[in-house]
Design a protein around this ligand. Sequence first.
Ligand code: ADP
Length: 358
Amino acid sequence: MGMLDNMQQRWQEGSQKILALQAVASSRAGLITALSKTLRLLLQSLILGLGAYLSIRQEISPGSMIAGSILLGRALAPIDLMIGSWKGFILARAQYARLESLLKLVPEDKQKMALPEPKGALQADQVVLIPPGSKTPVIKGVSFSIAAGDSVGIIGPSGAGKSSLLRGLLGIWPSTNGKMRLDGADIFEWDRMELGPFIGYLPQDIELFDGSISENIARFGELDATKVVEAAQMADVHELILRLPEGYDTVIGASGGNLSGGQRQRIGLARALYGNPKVVVLDEPNSNLDDQGEVALASAIKRLKERQVTVLIVTHRHSILGQLDNLLILKDGLLALYGPREQVLAQLQQASLPVVTQ
Ligand code: ADP
């Protein structure tokens, strides 16, 4: 977009600033080192001179003079060492402080009692969510319940808090107030590792990891080829993977390697469907999908519903919304409408809110 020159200039300005600061820093460091060396040499010479003077006056022996000089050298060595390693000390202190604040932000998981396999009923109880590190609530007290096996479309304008609500529902963000419940238990009562296999989540930015496609789909756990292929077929990505030079063993980087946005999204969808999830949460799963991808998504949702899986989808597409039982409309972090699809759509039409696209 013709930004190259401007970006280059910006980079150069930044790098000039760093160079200037670095020059100042290194000249100061040089000055301090030279000063400390001079002082040490001066002290050593003085002590040697004093020793010589005292031994000429025969107040001490020449041996004591040498011993005095050696002792002083030893006594000054730690100070020299401290000056030399000061930079490392400052860095270590800053890194310790950073780790401390990070660990405070993400508290340690406590050992939790194992709970029975979830059925997938979700409930929000006056939930307020504040993103970690932020101070402003993005979900400002919402309550609703979703029965196990229900499918819900979440719609609302950009910035309404749809993705944030999903993160709260899945227990990724702790609620500041109120509770998110799964099968009646606070979502934080569940052990994350035990709950994980029952949850399928496709975040908006997909987040594939460094590894093969099969490892990504199998969530880096033990590889069960049948389950991997089943999930890939459900996301209609099986044939596409087979066409890649190394098929399921194709290694993709964190950025998705040579895959297109739509391909990454479908692999992310396969990962969400892998195994036997009881709750599947898809955040704009069709933002990059072509018509064929969308048909695959629709059939995946149909199969999930047949399996009595609770499905939550953030989407504005009518083709997907048409399959869902309920709609939840969010506006400014508040629940505007929630109920059976037809009823909510009728109310939307009455209020002429343009949130659904064809
Ligand atoms: P939607 O999915 O409806 O577009 P989001 O849930 O992504 O909305 O965002 C809702 C609000 O929360 C926005 O104002 C956004 O700036 C804020 N927000 C989202 N994620 C973060 C975060 N990690 N830190 C701080 N604020 C956030």
